[in-house]
Design a binder for this molecule. Structure first.
Ligand code: G3I
Length: 349
């Protein structure tokens, strides 16, 4: 009774919000921000944006303070013909984030995948490909200047054993395609944070070491690199431990960059058993706890928020159920609550 009276008095005085409003300000992102991070966010894609229930969940700032376009900013979408740029899909997601007050991770400028055939089959020599690379980056980064918190400048440049991945860029230009790309991005938008982004670099090993060498390489060229994105596409029960993730994050930070968890999902065989879901909740919590514990881990992004639109079943047959919301957009309470408590207390005031 006393508590109700106190709430009424404070509300009447404009001091606090009602319990309902307070609940609406708590969520995955609100907790991340309360823990000192910039955001907790989600990837999204244009095809999903006609699903109004999905968009309502995605637009809830309390859960998602940041969006990453899953496909719209990739080369084949942006420059399908040489020197002809197409920004409509990208703009749709950028505008949605702005409307919702959400930050943006812009993904991705240079990747071996989702390239148009004019580029992969063009037979361009070194000098011409460098011109094409710079032109693409300059156009796209200029178009989105001031809109992106981060740009994933180069994505997935290494094979699993840490050797350079064969790609049109590496095969034609060599490793210097990386500093060339970062320099072009920095020139087009000096304020955006420039990231290298990859998977299976979330704990110590050959691929993480190669990525650390890439950071050094870019810096040796005198070029700006601000961060490393740890994609974190994990498998239930095989997720690196919290301490392994933390020490790996620290190894990057010791080189003078920040880190972000950029594409987190934790897949399992489907249908998921209850023991798998229990383990999944613990696995989500250990990645969140690692980011929370490391000051220069700036935020966590999940690779879409619902199994309805996850990329996993189409690539890993018989697997999925990797995200905190199910295929019917229903929140999985055990995973959601594990993420909430790993971030720590709800925001106050
Ligand atoms: O847009 C076409 C559509 O016109 C066509 O009808 C349909 C038929 O298959 O395909 C559509 O394109 C698909 C595209 O997603 C958009 O939905 C491609 O086939 C499909 O391959 C593509 O998959 C994307 C994948 O990257 C490509 O490698 C996933 O959505 C996207 O989530 C995934 O994201 C990557 C990150 O960029 C980098 N890290 C790994 C991550 C997961 O693979």
């Amino acid at each position: 009774m006393l508590a109700i009276v106190a709430t009424l008095l404070l509300t009447a005085a404009g001091v606090t919000s009602s319990p309902l409003e307070r609940r609406a300000t708590d969520g995955l992102n609100a907790r991340a921000v309360a823990a000192g991070k910039l955001y907790f966010g989600s990837a999204t894609d244009n095809g999903e944006l006609s699903d109004s229930a999905y968009v309502a969940g995605l637009s809830n700032w309390a859960d998602f303070g940041q969006l990453t376009p899953g496909n719209a900013l990739k080369w084949d979408s942006i420059e399908p013909s040489r020197d002809s740029f197409s920004y409509a899909n990208g703009d749709t997601i950028v505008d949605l984030a702005a409307k919702n007050g959400q930050k943006l991770r812009c993904h991705t400028l240079v990747w071996h995948n989702q390239l148009p055939s004019w580029l992969t089959s063009g037979g361009f020599d070194n000098a011409t490909l460098i011109t094409i690379l710079k032109n693409h980056i300059t156009n796209e980064v200029t178009h989105y200047k001031g809109k992106c918190l981060h740009w994933d400048v180069v994505n997935e440049a290494f094979e699993e054993d840490g050797t350079w991945r064969s790609s049109v860029f590496y095969n034609t230009i060599g490793p210097s395609f990386v500093p060339i790309a970062f320099a072009a991005a920095a020139a087009a938008d000096p304020d955006v944070k420039l990231y290298y982004n990859d998977y299976n670099i979330e704990n110590a090993g050959g691929k993480s070491t190669s990525t650390q060498n890439l950071v050094k390489l870019v810096k040796q060229y005198g070029v700006k690199i601000d961060g490393v994105g740890l994609q974190s596409h994990f498998i239930v029960g095989s997720t690196p431990s919290q301490s392994a993730q933390q020490s790996n994050m620290q190894a990057f930070i010791d080189l003078g960059v920040e880190v972000a968890v950029t594409e987190l999902d934790i897949r399992t065989d489907t249908p998921a058993t209850s023991s798998a879901v229990n383990q999944q909740a613990k696995d989500y919590a250990s990645t969140i706890a690692a980011c929370k514990a490391v000051a220069k881990c700036v935020g966590v992004t999940i690779w879409d928020y619902t199994d309805k639109y996850s990329w996993i079943p189409s690539v890993f047959s018989g697997q999925g159920s990797a995200l905190p919301w199910d295929e019917n957009l229903k929140k999985k309470d055990s995973i959601y609550n594990a993420i909430l408590s790993a971030w720590g207390p709800a925001p106050t005031g």
